[in-house]
Design a protein around this ligand. Structure first.
Ligand code: UD1
Ligand code: CA
Length: 450
């Protein structure tokens, strides 16, 4: 049977009090929508549609390559699904899985379990049991335990439905497309919110005598919806603790584990050592024997075995080779490549720059668009002047060169192997291999005025 998944992500997220669409709010550095998308990938691959509306352009550009459907007015979750119908029909879909985009803890296993339980049903939805049903839609069952409706919290009438049981709608549905086509036009917005609720499909399908199932998916948090800053913080803490737990199981050394934040996209090998607080975000990779001290932030960076990242360092799309030393207070920006045993010290910034084997830039330096050989010493206060106001230019420094302190290297410029630059120089021309360049005013000593 042809199945397509639909992620509902058009809502404003009013309760988040943010200009950002809710599904772009981040959990451990990744937008919520990414987690939902990834949980669907094993079963649905590319057969996924995302319904967007509020600030649709922001979501579309953050998720380039995905298939989008626009819901121009946010008239409710049922209305959102209706906007996806033409696209679903066109893709020859027979069964649709619909999931709220604000469920960042959704797991691929939960999706697979739900799909299995929903097999053969006309309409199925996932339920969870909570001590307090809160703002979730309440599941109403008849005396025999068959589902009869989902009633939204705001519309719940105790006199009519009795005390809620704690079983609530988790916001994941599977529906036969032909049934959705019949029932969606019948939805009404005569309710407390004035919205077309997807949840009303349940009561309508039951009235039609269809096979409707409420699939119990436990009582864990993996299906929790995020509607407020508090829920976002809860979801993030939940995921953080589970990632950290996995790292401890695996054999990663963690100090102050409660303060360690590692993205589920990152890999940290057994025998790596992390000191909280620290953040290892994106697709970062930390090898066995590497050490990340407290107050460091790494994003999409690779740290090899035996390398040490000292406190207060910030790395983004950087590579740190075996046994290299970074920081404290270093900044490695995209394209920074530190080869084996190299050193980068305090207040040193690298951007699109390679520092060769064993080379050192230990203090107060900016190296941008630079290719630096091995065994090079970069003195304190060296700056590659790579930007002329219009274009960027490269600096090339040969093996074993020695750059004196407070040197400005005005790019494009090349320094040969074993070149030596006197402190305080402004280098604008090539320095050939093995030569000494001094480019500064000569010192004059004059009698002091009395
Ligand atoms: C919804 C369910 C509720 C369930 C809960 C689970 C309805 C009516 N209620 O409530 O039964 O317990 O999820 O978390 O569905 N959206 C659109 N277009 C719209 C409105 C919403 O795409 O016009 C999207 C939102 O971006 C969000 C999702 O649908 O990702 C759910 O909407 P939300 O407003 O969060 O619904 P809840 O009130 O949480
Ligand atoms: Ca929600």
């Amino acid at each position: 049977m042809n199945m397509t998944a639909v992620i509902l992500a058009a809502g404003k997220g009013t309760r988040m009090h943010s200009d950002k669409p809710k599904v772009l709010q981040t959990v451990l550095g990744e937008p919520m929508l990414r987690y939902v998308r990834e949980a669907l990938r094993p079963v649905f691959g590319d057969r996924v549609l995302v319904v967007v509306g509020h600030r649709a352009d922001m979501i579309e550009s953050a998720f380039a390559g995905e298939r989008f459907v626009r819901q121009t007015e946010q008239l409710g979750t049922g209305h959102a699904l209706m906007q996806a119908l033409p696209e679903l029909r066109a893709s020859d879909c027979q069964m649709a899985l619909i999931v709220n985009g604000d469920t960042p803890l959704l797991r691929a296993e939960t999706v697979a379990h739900f799909m299995k339980e929903a097999e053969g049903a006309d309409l199925a939805f996932a339920t969870i049991s909570l001590d307090e049903p809160g703002a979730y839609g309440r599941v109403v069952r008849d005396d025999e335990g068959h589902v009869s409706a989902i009633v939204e919290a705001r519309d719940y009438d105790m006199a009519r439905y009795g005390a809620p049981t704690g079983e609530v709608n988790a916001g994941m549905y599977a529906v036969r497309l032909s049934l959705a086509e019949t029932l969606l036009p019948r939805l009404s917005n005569a309710n407390r919110s004035g919205e077309y609720y997807i949840t009303d499909l349940v009561g309508l399908a039951v009235a039609e005598g269809r096979d409707v199932r409420g699939v119990q998916c436990g009582c864990d948090e993996s299906l929790m919806g995020v509607n407020s800053p508090r829920e976002l913080a809860q979801a993030e803490e939940c995921l953080r603790a589970s990632v950290v737990d996995g790292l401890l199981d695996k054999g990663v050394l963690l100090h102050a584990p409660a303060l360690v934040r590692v993205s589920p996209l990152a890999t940290v090998e057994a025998g790596a050592e992390l000191f909280g607080p620290c953040e290892i975000l994106g697709a970062s990779h930390v090898e066995r024997g590497a050490r990340i001290e407290s107050c460091c932030v790494l994003r999409d960076s690779h740290v090899c075995a035996g390398a040490e990242i000292r406190s207060f360092s910030h790395l983004e799309q950087a590579q740190v080779g075996q046994g290299a030393l970074v920081g404290p207070y270093a900044r490695l920006r995209p394209g920074a490549v530190l080869e084996r045993e190299s050193h980068v010290g305090n207040f040193v910034e690298l951007k699109k720059a390679r520092l060769g084997v064993g080379s050192k830039a230990n203090h107060l330096t900016y190296l941008g668009d630079a290719d630096i050989g091995s065994g090079v010493n970069i003195g304190a206060g060296t700056i590659t002047c790579n930007y002329d106001g219009r274009n960027k230019h490269r600096t090339v420094i040969g093996d074993r060169a020695f750059i004196g302190s407070n040197t400005a290297l005005v790019a494009p410029v090349t320094l040969g192997e074993d070149a030596l630059v006197g402190a305080g120089s402004v280098i604008t021309h090539e320095v050939p291999a093995g030569q000494l360049a001094v480019a500064r005013g000569r010192q004059k000593n004059l009698p002091r005025r009395k």
